[in-house]
Ligand binder design. Structure first.
Ligand code: NAD
Ligand code: ZN
Ligand code: ZN
Length: 363
């Protein structure tokens, strides 16, 4: 992947009196430290860009990894996290024709891509070497305004509320795409490992796609929620001695697909042990570090293990349509931006039921 670039002009110096147009934002100033709530300059719209007034922004576990500098590819502080931002377009730059002022759009993790490399040309813009990431290499939605590239925003259909749409533009599209990548067909089984922000949506997408769901988590409350959402089998990987064996016993030999969303390395090792012979294990969670790979089992059982990273713009439109059709609904808890550090602490300790969404109508 190409070296990261970051636009430092967007985070202003902490002196609001110097600027006429300022906004509230939560800024990562140093890895591993609380976010700093401060007034920063509202970004100026350049050619080909749009400005969005944020209505809602979901808090993804990725925002924690970003603020902690967990991954080899690191953002450069100071930066504003948040990649589930939904809002109204308030300004369009020169040359913009794809969106207009007043449109409701989402600013996702896939902030932009080059548009002409072999991956962009084959609808794999998610792995474009020139891709920029919202709330990571570009400032994101934990702010009252956010800049975006109109070619890569999510178009929020009428009838979807901004707070309900927010989790869909990362947690939703990522799990929908990941489920497609399992190759599981209607009537077959899929395991969802990790039933939090991503997982509670994954269960709903899987059922809407005609799949039978086995849910795995380490928290009984998350598993009760999974059952309420339609999971036929639940396994507590903390209390069951061998979670892989439990899934295999309950599904007649393992599930055709496994989607690992848990931000825990143990879950990855266990997840590979839950796949049926010739099945596919899709890795989506991104805890720091590597996990031991049971090479013999994978080879001898013809198992596929693959990574999956958010989704394309086409996946995004499809993922949103499930919600418009009433088949998927994010379970949300609204909080003001000022609560962001408390929300991060709760997410870190597994104390968020599904998804917290920052509501910019609250202060
Ligand atoms: P979350 O904190 O809302 O949910 C995580 C869930 O995993 C919780 O329910 C928790 O109880 C459960 N869990 C923890 N340890 C477990 C274990 N050992 N076994 C089973 N379950 C376990 O987090 P989230 O927002 O859903 O994000 C999850 C992960 O997915 C993060 O690492 C995030 O960075 C990653 N992510 C990846 C992509 C991608 O494109 N690949 C996109 C978004 C998020
Ligand atoms: Zn995310
Ligand atoms: Zn490209």
């Amino acid at each position: 992947m190409a070296a990261l670039t970051f636009d430092p002009t967007v985070v202003a110096t902490p002196n609001p009196s110097r600027f006429k147009r300022t906004m509230h934002a939560a800024v990562v100033e140093a890895f591993g430290h609380p976010l700093v709530l401060r007034e920063v300059e509202i970004p100026t719209v350049g050619p080909g860009q749009i400005l969005i007034k944020t209505e809602a922004c979901g808090v993804c576990h990725t925002d924690l990894h970003a603020a902690d500098g967990d991954w080899p590819l690191k953002p450069v502080p100071p930066f504003i996290p948040g990649h589930e931002a939904i809002g109204m377009v308030t300004e369009v730059g020169a040359g913009v024709s794809l969106v207009k002022v007043g449109d409701r759009v989402g600013v996702p993790w896939l902030y932009s891509a080059c548009g002409h490399c072999e991956y962009c040309l084959s609808a794999w813009e998610t792995v474009c070497p020139g891709a920029q990431f919202g709330g990571y290499t570009r400032n994101g939605g934990f702010a009252e305004y956010v800049l975006a590239d109109p070619k890569y925003v999510a178009h929020i259909p009428a009838g979807l509320r901004p707070d309900e749409a927010a989790p869909l533009i990362c947690a939703g599209v990522t799990t929908y795409k990941g489920l497609k990548e399992t190759g599981a067909r209607p009537g077959e089984w899929v395991t969802i490992s990790g039933c939090g922000g991503l997982g509670h949506l994954a269960i709903q997408y899987a059922i809407a796609m005609g799949l039978r769901v086995c849910a795995v988590d380490i928290d009984d409350a998350k598993l009760a929620h999974a059952t309420a959402l339609g999971a036929e089998l639940v396994v507590n990987a903390r209390t069951v001695p061998d979670a892989g064996a439990a899934v295999k016993a309950g599904t007649g030999g393992g599930t055709h697909g496994v989607l690992i969303t848990a931000p825990s390395l143990i879950a990855f090792k266990q997840g590979v042990a839950m796949v049926r012979k010739h099945g596919t294990c899709v890795l989506v969670g991104l805890p720091a570090g590597d996990f031991p790979f049971p090479l013999f089992d994978v080879v001898a059982n013809c198992i596929t293990v693959r990574g999956s990273f958010v989704g394309t713009r086409k996946d995004m439109a499809e993922a949103l349509q499930f919600a418009v059709d009433g088949k998927v609904k994010a379970d949300i808890e609204l909080q003001p931006l000022s609560a962001i550090n408390d929300v991060f602490a709760r997410l870190h300790h597994g104390d968020v039921a599904a998804r917290v969404v920052i509501d910019f109508r609250k202060h």
